[in-house]
Design a binder for this molecule. Structure first.
Ligand SMILES: [Fe+2]
Ligand SMILES: [Fe+2]
Length: 317
C-alpha cells in the first residue's frame, strides 16, 4: 500500500473542459519562496564541476507558510548524472516529496526509476494520462522517443511511484499547480515537432498534448512557470497559466523552450510575446537552442539567465 499522498488539494473545484475560461479555474494560493536547483541540463556551465547530459531535471524547493516541499520536475535520460549533481548541490534525494513529469520523452523520463530507487520510498509521480504511449520520430531513422519500458507503469509502481495521471489543472501544494493540458491558442506555436503515435495500425501525427508545466505563485511577485520542453509553446503555457489562475502578474519562467529547430519568425514572435509580459526573469536551457538563447539574452539583458546543470535560482516574496 502507498503512503498517504502529500497532495493537499488534489482536484480543482471544476473540471477543465477548455471552454469556459471566463473565470479562474483554480484558486492557487501563494508561496513565500521558491528555490530551483538544476540537477541536470544539456550544458554543465563554464568551469563547472557539474555534469551535463541531454535532458533536464529541476528540483523545486518550495516554502509556503510552515510547509516546505520538494518537487522534482523531470528525470533526465539517465539517473546517474542527476544523482552525481545532486550530491554536489548537497541534496539528499530522499527529501524529494513528489515527481512531476512534464511529458513522455526519454530525455525527461529515462532516469525516473533510477531516481525513485534513490528516493527509496513511496511518493506521487504526476503526469498526463497519455504519458505511456509510444512516440515515434522517422528522421533520421525510426525510433520511439517516448518513455521506455524500464520506466513504464509497472516499473514505476514497483519502485514506489504513486501514479497520479491527470490532464486538468490541480494543486501540487499550496501555491503550486500543474497546468494540466495546455490550451493551444497562438498561431505561431501550432506546428508539432514531427513525432507520431501509432493508433489502430495507423501513423497519426502527435501534438504532444501531454506537455504540462508547473506554475508557482510567489507572494508579491506573481507567477513563475517551470517547464520541461514547452512543447505546448511557451507563450501558450504562460497565457494558459494566467487564464486558469486569474493571476495576471507573471514574474518569470525557467525551463527548456524547444525553439532549437524553430524558424526566425517563430523565435521573433515568441520573444516579442514574452517581452510584452514584462518578465523579470527568463531562465532558459535544454532544448531552447543557441539562436533563441542569443535573442532572449539580447532582449532581456540582465533578466536573462542561462539554465545549466548546477544553476540555482532563488526567488522570495
Ligand atoms: Fe521533448
Ligand atoms: Fe527535452
Amino acid at each position: 500500500m502507498f503512503a498517504a499522498s502529500p497532495i493537499k488539494k488534489p482536484l480543482p473545484g471544476r473540471i477543465w473542459d477548455g471552454d469556459d475560461m471566463s473565470k479562474p479555474l483554480i484558486d492557487m494560493g501563494e508561496v513565500d519562496a521558491l528555490r530551483i536547483y538544476s540537477l541536470l541540463d544539456d550544458y554543465s556551465g563554464y568551469e563547472s564541476p557539474f555534469l551535463g547530459h541531454h535532458g533536464i531535471s529541476l528540483l523545486l524547493d518550495v516554502v509556503a507558510g510552515d510547509e516546505n516541499r520538494r518537487i522534482l520536475l523531470d528525470a533526465g535520460q539517465s539517473a546517474d548524472p542527476i544523482l552525481y549533481n545532486a550530491k554536489l548541490h548537497n541534496i539528499d534525494m530522499s527529501s524529494i516529496d513528489m515527481i512531476f513529469i512534464s511529458h513522455c520523452h526519454y530525455d525527461h523520463t529515462g532516469g525516473l526509476v533510477g531516481v525513485l530507487k534513490e528516493i527509496g520510498r513511496e511518493i506521487p509521480v504526476v503526469a498526463h494520462p497519455t504519458i505511456f504511449r509510444e512516440n515515434y520520430i522517422f528522421e533520421p531513422h525510426l525510433r520511439n522517443i517516448g518513455i521506455t519500458r524500464e520506466n513504464g507503469r509497472e516499473a514505476i509502481t514497483e519502485n514506489g511511484g504513486q501514479l497520479v495521471l491527470l490532464d486538468e489543472p490541480f494543486h501540487l501544494m499550496e501555491g503550486v499547480i500543474s497546468t494540466g493540458e495546455v490550451n493551444r491558442a497562438t498561431d505561431f506555436e501550432r506546428q508539432g515537432i514531427g513525432t507520431y503515435n501509432i493508433e489502430d495500425g495507423r501513423i497519426v501525427p502527435d501534438r504532444l498534448m501531454d506537455d504540462m508545466s508547473i506554475v508557482v505563485n510567489i507572494k508579491g511577485k506573481g507567477l513563475f512557470i517551470v517547464s520541461g520542453c514547452s512543447h505546448a509553446g511557451i507563450v501558450n503555457i504562460v497565457r494558459h497559466a494566467v487564464k486558469i489562475t486569474g493571476v495576471e502578474k507573471v514574474y518569470g519562467l525557467a525551463g527548456g523552450l524547444h525553439l532549437i529547430k524553430a524558424d526566425d519568425e517563430r523565435i521573433d514572435k515568441t520573444v516579442e510575446a514574452l517581452k510584452e509580459m514584462n518578465l523579470k526573469l527568463v531562465a532558459a536551457g535544454h532544448c531552447t537552442g543557441l539562436k533563441a538563447l542569443s535573442r532572449l539574452s539580447t532582449v532581456f539583458e540582465e533578466k536573462f539567465e542561462l539554465l545549466h546543470s548546477g544553476k540555482v535560482i532563488s526567488i522570495s516574496g
